[in-house]
Structures are given as C-alpha cells and as structure tokens.
Design a protein around this ligand. Sequence first.
Ligand code: NAD
Ligand code: ZN
Length: 359
Amino acid sequence: MSNSKNILNYMFGLNTIENLKDILNAKRAVENQYVIYFVDEYFRNKDLINCLPIDNLDVLFFVQTIDEPKTTFINNYRDTLHKSNKNNPFAIVAIGGGITLDTGKAVANILTNPGNAEDYQGWDLIKNPGIYKIGIPTISGTGAEASRTCVMTNVESGLKLGMNSDYTIYDQLILDPNLTKTVPKEQYFYTGMDTYIHCIESLNGSYRHPMGDAYSREAISLVKEVFLNEDMMSDENREKLMVASYLGGQAIANSYVGLVHPFSAGLSVVLDTHHCIGNCITMNAMEEFYPNEYREFMQMARKQNIKIPKGIASNLDDETYLKLYNSTVIHEKPLSNALGDNYKEILTLEKVTEIFKRM
Ligand code: NAD
Ligand code: ZN
C-alpha cells in the first residue's frame, strides 16, 4: 500500500522570501556551517541576489536553463563541491524554475548517497536522507516544488527519469508570488499549463485516488480562473497559479499522468524540446483523446494570445519517427493508465507517427 508523503513546511505570501535568513539561522547548529545556493541564472544580476542572506562561507551556483538537468550535471556539481571541501553543507537552497528546483533536490540526495545520479533514477532507491533543503519557486506550474521526484536525463542510456523518493521532497518551501512577476508571458503560459495537463491526464485515467482527484480538481479550477481572465499575470492570478502548481505537485504523489506526458517525453528525448512547451505542442494533437480538455486548452491559449508552435515533428525521416515511437511507448504506467494494458495495440508505430505529424 502506498504511504503518501507531502511537504511538511511551507510559507506562503508576498515577501515571504525575507524569512529565509531566520529559517537558515534556526537550522544552523554551529557557527562555521555553510549553505549551498542554486539560483536560476536569470537572477544573476538582479536585485534578488542582493537580498539573499549569502555568507562568506556559502557557495552560490547559477543554474543554466538552456538544457534540462542531465545526470552528468548533477555529478559535476557533486565533484566540484568535493574538490573545494564544500560537500557537507547544513542546507541547500534552490531558487528558480523546475530545472533549478530539480537540481537542488538531486544534489542534496547525491551528497549523502554513494555512486552517481544515474544509479538513483527510479523508485525508492535512495537509502540515506539527503541534505536539508529549501525550495523557492520563481515560476509556477510544474509542481516540482511539491513533488517527490527530480527529473534528469542520462544521455548515455537515453533514460529520462527522476529520483522518486520521499527523500526528494523539499523540507521547507517559501512560496512568494512576488518572485514570478518577471516571467516572460509565453513561458508563464507553457509552465502554468503543466499543472493543468497533469491534472486532466490523471482525472481521465483509470488509476484513481480520492486524494489525488481532489487536488487535481482544485488545481484545474484555479488554472482556468487564471487563464480565462483578462490579465493572467495580475497579482491575484500569479498568487492563484502558485497555489495551483503546489496542489498539482501534491496530486502527483497519488496519481499518474496519461498520454500527453509520454509524447512530450518523446519530443524531449529525440528533439530536445523542453518539458512544458513540449506538453503544449502535444496538446495540438490530443483532440481525439481529450476532446473537452483540448477545446478548453485552446480557448485559454487564444484568450492569452499565446501561439503554440506547430509542425515541429511533421516532416521527419522514418528513423526519427521510430525513435520518437520508442521513447513514447516506453512509458508503460501512464499509457496503460490512459488506454489500458494493451495500449500498444492502439499506439502502433503508424498511429504514433500520425500523432506526431499532427502536432
Ligand atoms: P525552467 O526551470 O525550465 O525555466 C524556464 C525559463 O524561465 C528559464 O529561462 C528561466 O530562466 C526562466 N525563469 C524562471 N523564473 C523566472 C522569473 N521569475 N523571471 C524571469 N524568468 C524566469 O522552468 P519550468 O518550466 O518551471 O521547469 C521545467 C523543468 O521542470 C523541466 O526540467 C522538467 O523536467 C521539470 N519538471 C519537474 C517536475 C518534478 O516533479 N520534479 C515536474 C514537471 C517538470
Ligand atoms: Zn509535467
């Protein structure tokens, strides 16, 4: 029987980031302990950096967001920290989007467990609790702040899978809607839709959990309020979307996704498409599976004047379609959740190719 764990501590509200110093000081046992910061590179020369309680002994990494996390990136951070004798921090603080939040989680786990990041891609493989960690999202939608995974790609094996573990969950969150003010409009939409898509996939699947369903329904309702409103980025709507993202992340603990995420993962592994835009591109081709949600999604995109890219997989060679097929149908759990155990009878190579061409 699954025994669900959710986030234990969170602070929510405008300017809650000002509490970071006190939270860290309460945790710091002796004077010369240090913190490792992972901050989204967007904030490199921004005011936020000057507001952080970074001490001389602390280490600050700016996390690039051109590539989504690879296992080698996580191993490299670990090695750098070992070399500079900074591999035993009392806290890790991650401030940014899903990429940065997942990086913080993975490094916290790998510092206290032997081997490499790729050894822990899977379910419940982490043996030792990670470093105490604080997550501070600056964009809303993936639910990475609340989930028990951190998505990474092992380029060598082609496996895109996280460290699914209770130890991957943040010990403390600071949810400050002020931080999402500067997100570019398109990115705000794509990432915000991750929560919507996750939740509609769960609610349309055969595996159901009353707790997951309740989180999902509320998250969807908030997302619709935000994206059917005139100004999706008003103060009120950024606050609502932050709540929706958190609830969507909680829902992941008790639910499976459906068709969209496996197709989006195919795009990501074969064409390097980022997760959230990949989901939106996949929605272009999902009318036959999710007709009502497809209409609702398109309505929200139109309302916000967001153009979903079209045609990125419409003209590829047979070899690439085969790769796309393989990296999509490998996702057994979500696809059988959506279509039943015999999903491969529906998702033949021909059918999958047709779906990619429609995107
Ligand atoms: P991201 O980290 O990919 O960042 C997207 C862009 O937004 C970047 O250019 C970043 O610099 C910018 N940005 C972030 N905050 C900003 C701000 N306040 N102002 C201006 N620019 C800002 O964002 P994402 O879409 O949240 O994350 C995607 C990642 O999350 C993927 O790697 C995906 O695999 C992962 N993910 C994880 C989970 C999980 O449960 N762990 C779930 C879904 C997705
Ligand atoms: Zn997602």
